[in-house]
Design a protein around this ligand. Sequence first.
Ligand code: GLU
Length: 255
Amino acid sequence: MRIVVKVGTSTLAHASGRINIRRVERLCRVLSDLLNYGHEIILVSSGAIGMGVGKLSLNGKPSDMSTKQAAAAVGQCELMYVYDKEFSEYNHTIAQILITNSVVNDKTAHDNFKNTVSKLLEFGVMPVINENDTISTEEIEIGDNDTLGAIVATSTDAELLIILSDIDGLYDKDPRTNTDAKLIKEVYDITDDIMIMGKGKGTNLGTGGMHTKLKAAKIATEKGIDMVIANGSDPGILYDIAEGKSVGTRFYGKK
Ligand code: GLU
């Protein structure tokens, strides 16, 4: 199965922005095992800005553009260094691809992106994709990695998009403020009622929240791709999802 796995900053880093070593080690181990099984995996990883914040010892996510972009430049290095080290341990090769919205708007860029990804997969290499935050301006910005994950999934004809987050899935109400909130396990149609459930913000260092995840689900399911939102606090959950078990919230692709 060709799977796009998107991991958010809240999964990869502590609130300080410093890398969550235990989590990242486990994530890379599980992904390596899924690669060994024979799945093709494309990793869409956030964490550049968060880790830059940690490495530069900044006080939280910067609000001005140039500091944010400088943090992304520092953090992206750290991110790839860690991934490369971890995946090398399991004998897997990874590749970095940083994209902007031109991948969506410019046919040549889109074709080049698709061809590069498919060549990498042919070589058995796992692409690690992030937005090119350092050069992104408003006009070419995708803005959040949930949308980026959906763009990558549709561009690469993936069968499944998995979004690992700090929440178990989509709830009928915000579970952080409502103790009686219920997890919705399956969504066949992303109606306005469903979109309303996605109101509310994400964590401090990341960008998205449930709203961007639902937007991503719309993009993916329109193209027939299933999407699962699950809690990345134990990356072992990826085994269950790959085996088709019911975890988190599954959005069914339109067939
Ligand atoms: N591209 C951003 C980063 O690597 C993440 C965007 C997001 O959190 O959705 O920091």
